[in-house]
Design a protein around this ligand. Sequence first.
Ligand code: DX5
Ligand code: ZN
Length: 225
Amino acid sequence: MNKKIKIAPSILAGDFGHLADEAERAEEAGADTLHVDIMDGHFVPNLTIGPQSVAAIRKKTRLPLDVHLMISDPLRYADEFIRSGANNLTIHLEIKKDISSILRYIKSKHIRCGLAVKPGTPFEDAAPYLEKIDLLLLMTVEPGFGGQKFISEVIVKIEKARQWADQHRRSFDIEVDGGINSKTVPEVVRAGANVLVAGSAIYGASEMKDAITQMRTLAEQSKEK
Ligand code: DX5
Ligand code: ZN
């Protein structure tokens, strides 16, 4: 299936003293969606922001907010993140909770629901949930920090996910997150990813607009091949 390419700057790499402005900057530079990383210091060894900050970002941008919950108990905070303006809540498969019921809950609130898997989690573990989701997030680094090196072993998992989606005629987005830049974009898109999260490669660029345009062009070209 030929899914639209979406470029999703990760605000984790933005200036935390001016988060809302950083969101606005991404919108002006041509982003399709804004990736917002939520970490609880428990599921991952790092802490970021909570719903109040997401609400502050929401006020400054019309971009869809793609909220990546790297937290052990997403159900406890789901309502607050929805109220704060999230358009998508993505939970991690590895949290050892009742994944189906959390996904169902998110869907019942009329926002998009996503499932994320760490690099080492096999595709087969995610397969039972794919009928229920709008987005599958395949982590291409260990979750927790920006600026890490892309783990190329995940490519095979992207291919499996795209194959599964085609075979089952499902149109969920396949998102990649971690170490995505002009070098890695062609291979992830060829494998079947269509949502490209990039923190350092976009917020770290001297011209954000150029970085986004270049990434989009590369992705479109790789899709055609
Ligand atoms: C890492 C986060 C990513 C992070 C990616 O746990 O989920 O979204 O911002 O950063 P880069 O693009 O710098 O690897
Ligand atoms: Zn993320």
